[in-house]
Write a protein that binds this ligand. Sequence first.
Ligand code: ZN
Length: 93
Amino acid sequence: MKYPKEVRTFCPNCNSHQLHKVRLASKGRARSMAVGNRKHERSLHGHGGKRAGEKTVKKQGKRQKIILECQNCKKKQERVVGTRTKKKLEIKA
Ligand SMILES: [Zn+2]
């Protein structure tokens, strides 16, 4: 999926449409003590097995986030781009 480098969209701070610069939101640092990570660690040590008859889940793709930076007030806002995509978002001119 492709996305333009600059978009003219609503800025809540300026309360009007302004030109925004677009970049892909990065994932941030993983928290090793988060519930999901602790569960995963336990399963790696052999706790909790496969349940019989349970279907494996197909990968659904990610809902990707972009960061819009207002060129007027320099404030940033996040936005989720449309549908789930399997490929990384391409930000092009
Ligand atoms: Zn603004």
